[in-house]
Design a protein. Sequence first.
Lengths: 305, 395
Amino acid sequence: MICIIALVVFGILGIFSLRYRLLAVEAFGCVLRRIVLRPCQTGLDERARAWITGKIMKFCPFCAGFFYRRFRIFEFALALVFVWSIVQTGVSGYNYYMYGNCNGYDASGFCVFDPAGHNAQFTGIDLSCGASSQSEKNLSISGVNLSIFPVLNRGDKNNVVFFIGCYECNFTKETYPKIKQLIEEHNVTVIFGHLPITPNLEVFTRYANCVYENAPEKFNEFNDFMFSISIRGCSVNACENALKSARLNMSSYAACANSTKIVEISRRQEDELKSVGVYGTPTIFINGRAFVGPKPYRVYERALE
Amino acid sequence: MNIRKDFPILEKKIIYVDSACMSLKPVQVVRKMNEYYTDYPACEGRSSHKLAVKLSEEVYLARRAVKKFINAKLEKEIIFTRNTTEGINLVANSFALVKGDSVLITEKEHNSNLVPWLKLKEERGVKLLILKLNDDGSFNFDNYKRMLEDSSIRLVSFCHSSNVDGVAIPAKEIIKLAHDKKIKVMLDGAQSAPHKKIDVQDLGVDFFAFSGHKMMGPSGIGVLYGKAVELETLKPFIVGGETVKNTFHDSAVYEDIPMKFEAGLQNYSGIIGLGEACRYLSEIGVEKIAEHEIMLNRLLTEKLKGVVKIIGPENPGLRGGVFNFYIDGIDMKNFSIVLDSSSGIMTRAGSHCVHSYYNARKIPASTRISFYAYNTEEEAVRIADEIIKLVKCMK
């Protein structure tokens, strides 16, 4: 049994050292024999047993004796744990590939492939009555009136992305280019919901709605600018610059942002987002499935039809 | 014996007791070997420049040191080989043995003094006779005398001291009995030369083979001693450069001994190192070394009596520096690894290249402790303590 472990361990170490390469070859021969139910002839398992016993002997002779006599049990247990951990590693790799998280969809915890937990980070939002428990599974857009939100791209109706983010959220900024890539490569339909992470950012929602209402063809330019700049705190100047970038007139938009219609649309949008139960930005729904935090592009891509 | 400073490796936390396999080398030997590569890395006996002349001088001095070490009569009786195995093979292949001739060996021979004869048996139809020893590994003269009555025996080839139990055979008596029957005798001196005072003239032995690496010399160098008169009659085994005086397209005129047996460029560094090892051992005194080893063996034997099963006679005085043992129910190969891994005690485990002996006695493997001049009483005590501790643990 220990030959299997030795094969993998020495196989990896053997990449860097000839000494381990020879042991790996020995372990390989041993494994081949065990596969056909013949005893291992190299004595690798016995040497490992003796070597480990000797090391334990240095600080605990009793433990060494215990280990030596019950080696077969330890060997079996170790092999089981090893196989289990190999399977888990495989599953983790799969999860990371599929969901950007080793622990699977809607899971947190340490991930060796993403040690900083970057893919699971998001900017938290407290929408009081809206936020429920922090779980992607609890998020749903069924019943949400998506028609009141600006559309970034009208593309494939079978692949609808509802992109909820805030202009001031760094994780949303990081995700935005991936959404644009989805549009470019898969021509998905993308609906954008601006969700201010703090109440004083609500003004941006109104400006975005104004642009979308009055010059929808400029909405992408406006968004590009807003996601490209660093906004420190709430500033109407940011919107002014974004409008300038989209070659729109600030004075007329200032009036628009305060108009009853826009205020009403923005309020309705906020209510809809509250009903979704979003607890952080960015939250991306791809064909109804929620992803919170900036996931790798492939994760979004795989969620498409 | 205050020589440990000559072995820098002993400053590490190790207890080296595998000297029957490979001895440690003192700095003097290593220095002398390096001297060849740094000061006169030339060809011997061919070129005539200063470096070559210096090398020839050093090789001569080494041959003389070896001659003195085993008290051979003439320098030309010393043939440099790679090791004991090659020396025995040289005799096996050069001694005029034909179909129907017999070679007598003991049941406790190292493979190097068994396999060459098995090969001759297969190839030339030479008979191989096996002498049964006493149960404790000591020599059985009755059996020997009885076997010598076989008139087909042309050569007796015995190990002088066994690597299994350290027991030395009464060589002088054995050789005399063989000579009385006009039978030549070869001794495998791999284990005796490093630990016993060898006097080939006094022994009267015809051939005596030994290795450098077991006697604090370099590896890859050995010696075959042969009485000049015997060597003259042997045909060369490996031939080529330096083994001939002249060649024609249809014949060759062979060199005199020892040259005719030393084909091609030699292991000069090894030869010079071996010469230095002989001088080093002679300076300490081989008899003194033997006494020291027996003292250590006695210490170990007393402490481990009843704990382990010793291979060979109980009396450590008969076993020299070898303490070979096994414990029922314990895999001795594992035992050796644990000894090394837990306490840095370096032993050897297995059948020690004497598979035939182990197979006959149904002993799967044993652990051999072999002392040498650089081992100490403290080490012997520590070894005994560790073995006792381990036996408790592993049983």
